[in-house]
Design a protein around this ligand. Structure first.
Ligand SMILES: CC(C)(COP(=O)(O)OP(=O)(O)OC[C@H]1O[C@@H](n2cnc3c(N)ncnc32)[C@H](O)[C@@H]1OP(=O)(O)O)[C@@H](O)C(=O)NCCC(=O)NCCS
Length: 155
């Protein structure tokens, strides 16, 4: 039976492999960092998925840095579902949760500038977010040739 609309929900442990598969697809293109199923399981409470007809078709995660600052990361939508509003649904869900938690500033490190711009994010210097740079970027294969830009939105 066809499900009426895609929807976004908190990820469950059983989604870990599906989420990992989405990140592998884009990591192989150098667009995002790959997340292993084990790593996703460890962080499962921070993940959301978009579901359609019982399948996981997109994902994103939130990471908290201070009481007021968080990041939206690991955002991806399977190729065949792009440009149908799924990415927007995922980001809006993450923003709503962050807002409820009292977070007022959310940032992304991304190559998808146009997408985040449509959602109200603006460019900002990466150095504005030192915690993030030191925590994750040191493990990134592109460390010395980073092409991502930082963008921020006040919630
Ligand atoms: C970035 C990504 C998540 C966007 O998901 P999506 O479901 O295609 O995006 P949506 O359909 O919700 O688009 C929302 C808005 O952004 C626009 N948009 C989306 N992708 C765009 C692009 N590549 N260029 C320009 N505009 C874009 C849409 O037109 C839409 O605008 P509108 O609502 O004003 O019409 C998806 O392209 C993706 O998975 N990319 C690969 C992984 C990646 O780059 N992740 C980001 C890491 S932070």
């Amino acid at each position: 039976m066809q499900q009426a609309e895609p929807f976004v929900r908190y990820a469950r442990l059983e989604d870990a492999c599906a989420i990992a598969a989405i990140t592998v697809e884009y990591a192989s293109q150098g667009i995002m960092l790959e997340r292993s199923p084990d790593n996703i399981v460890e962080n499962i409470r921070n993940f959301f998925v978009a579901e359609y007809n019982g399948e996981v078709i997109g994902c994103c995660a939130i990471a908290f840095y201070t009481e007021k600052l968080a990041e939206i990361r690991s955002l991806a939508v399977f190729n065949q579902y792009k440009r149908q509003g799924i990415g927007r649904l995922l980001v809006e869900k993450a923003e709503a949760i962050l807002h409820e938690e009292g977070v007022c500033e959310v940032f992304v490190l991304t190559l998808s500038r146009e997408f985040f711009s449509r959602l109200g994010y603006i460019d900002i210097r990466k150095e504005y977010f030192p915690q993030k740079i030191w925590k994750d970027c040191t493990h990134c294969p592109k460390l010395m040739a980073c092409d991502e830009i930082a963008m921020v939105k006040i919630l």
